[in-house]
Write a new protein. Structure first.
Length: 132
């Protein structure tokens, strides 16, 4: 299927623990194969969440969305770790393997930060539409 990209930049000064939509699947499930981030500041960390289909996300906390699931460890996306020209990878392993994350149709992936961010924090995801 088609390769799709979604991204978000969380503006500096944003509140902690608020979800920011990064990617939304359309009528077909999507296999997320790439995930990168950069920005933020020391002591800030991001977590990716899978959000149920057709749920409103932006501006809410994970606890506001029944059925939301953390798909990375809390704060694993460390602030001040990458730059726009040298981003950090979320899904890659030390030996270069990339796990697949299969998103149901119409579901979303969002990021939240563990602290109010002092610098903007950007996340980009890429994946392939699947024939269901």
């Amino acid at each position: 299927g088609r390769f799709l990209i979604g991204s978000v930049t969380v503006a500096a000064g944003s509140a902690a623990e608020i979800l920011h939509r990064v990617f939304t699947a359309g009528e077909k499930p999507v296999a997320i194969t790439q995930a990168q981030y950069y920005g933020g500041d020391t002591g800030e960390g991001g977590t990716l969440f899978l959000i149920p289909p057709n749920a409103f996300v932006s501006g809410m906390k994970p606890s506001d969305q029944p059925g939301s699931i953390a798909i990375t460890n809390g704060g694993v996306m460390s602030g001040a770790k990458g730059t726009v020209e040298f981003p950090s990878n979320v899904l890659g392993t030390i030996d270069g393997r990339f796990p697949l994350l299969i998103m149901p149709a119409f579901s979303s992936i969002a990021v939240n930060l563990n602290n109010p961010n002092a610098a903007s924090f950007s996340v980009r995801l890429g994946g392939f539409e699947l024939d269901a």
